[in-house]
Write a protein that binds this ligand. Structure first.
Ligand code: ADP
Length: 377
């Protein structure tokens, strides 16, 4: 334990013992078995923590072998103004917002949700884009939700994720929905509280585009752990991003960071990044507003094809530059959330066991399945 006290979590800047991340130390002869419990299965610094732990333990006289198991326990966190009850079973809610439509907000929401799922987290996706729900098409399902015995709604399951969208309810696709802001807020609150979501580590919420009164009203009604703002490199999009930042600051919702979408085109022949809309705008905006830039997502012609095919690109083609970028952005985001939630940590339930050698990804904490090994990307 003294050796492990010398290993710091690089994000939380405290040692693993103080952070209560060390579990089950077993010593047999010259072999030491240790379990380290991370705060998210999508930890970007997992490799570093692992090698730091091994190095520290090898310093102890008499230690020849180390059996290190890495698990993850996502902690719960709800920011915002007081009086907002967290939703039972849901540890974190992450709102995905944009200053205007068409910047790729839904694409980002779907692919970060799928990325977190692939890391082994239990993930839900709520399509709150009431005026233009796109989750049913992007996830390739249009099932009608059925009521539960206790008069709630069963969510829809697809691609190992738990889903709800107004598109599943409003089945007359040709009729636009005309609702006023407070009605929308009421519906979304119902979606959060009256859907049998089950146990989720992360619920990703795809907000309607814009940062006007309607968005403010409904965002105010939601208990949010954090928010991300999707933007594009062009100047006009960046100034819209500022409005999003102001909105979440006003609501006391932690801003996990900015995601710049369509940042560059990776030349397939050379791999060179071509910055069609200008370079570094997202980083400049992030610096100016004092929030992190979580990453830059490239343009990918396969994207719209994949959107129509009903399979998120991170699942369909894990090797594409866009998928690699999304996986990285999702880890950065999960790490930010862990840091934000550190002071409000409420550990719950069974940890997720991460198996570096195999496993299938997907929900990891189903008690019926025991500790299913999960693959890290
Ligand atoms: P929003 O939710 O902001 O309105 P969408 O996610 O619906 O935007 O994306 C708008 C369009 O842009 C869609 O056709 C989508 O497939 C496409 N798109 C989004 N991101 C990318 C990307 N990185 N590369 C290529 N096309 C993209």
């Amino acid at each position: 334990m003294a050796a492990l006290r010398t290993v710091d979590d690089p994000e939380l800047h405290k040692d693993l013992v103080t952070l209560n991340m060390v579990k089950n130390v077993v010593i047999e002869g010259s072999t030491v078995g240790v379990t380290v419990e991370l705060t998210t299965p999508a930890c970007p610094l997992r490799g570093k923590i692992e090698s730091d732990v091994r190095a520290a333990l090898m310093q102890v006289p008499g230690v020849a072998h180390i059996e290190l198991q890495i698990t993850a326990q996502v902690r719960s966190m709800f920011g915002g103004k007081p009086g907002k009850e967290p939703i039972p079973g849901i540890r974190n809610t992450i709102a995905v917002a944009s200053g205007k439509g068409g910047v790729g907000k839904s694409t980002v929401a779907v692919n970060i949700a799928a990325s977190l799922m692939l890391e082994g987290a239990r993930v839900g996706l709520l399509d709150a884009d009431i005026y233009g729900p796109s989750i049913p098409i992007m996830l390739g399902t249009n099932e009608a939700p059925v009521p539960t015995a206790d008069n709630r709604l069963n969510p829809i399951h697809a691609h190992n994720m738990t889903l709800m969208s107004v598109g599943f309810i409003n089945r007359q696709d040709d009729k636009p929905i005309i609702w006023r802001g407070p009605m929308v807020a009421g519906l979304l609150t119902q979606f959060l509280r009256q859907v049998a979501w089950g146990e989720l580590d992360y619920l990703v919420i795809d907000l309607p585009p814009g940062t006007g009164d309607a968005q403010l009203t409904l965002t105010q009604a939601l208990p949010l752990s954090g928010s991300v703002i999707v933007t594009q490199p062009a100047q006009v999009a960046l100034s819209d991003a500022q409005k999003g930042i102001n909105m979440f600051k006003q609501l006391d919702v932690p801003i996990l960071g900015i995601i710049e979408n369509m940042s560059y085109y990776p030349n397939p022949a050379t791999g060179e990044k071509v910055y069609i809309f200008g370079k570094g705008g997202g980083q400049r905006a992030a610096t100016r507003y004092g929030v992190p830039l979580l990453g830059e997502i490239p343009l990918d012609p396969e994207m719209s094809e994949s959107g129509d095919a009903g399979v998120p690109l991170v699942i369909k083609n894990a090797a594409s530059p866009l998928s690699v970028a999304f996986r990285d952005v999702s880890r950065q985001m999960a790490a930010r959330l862990s840091v934000e939630s550190y002071n409000n940590a409420i550990p719950l339930g069974v940890p997720i066991i991460l198996d570096p050698n195999g496993g299938q990804g997907g929900p990891g904490n189903d008690p019926a399945q025991g500790h299913r090994p999960l693959r890290l990307g």
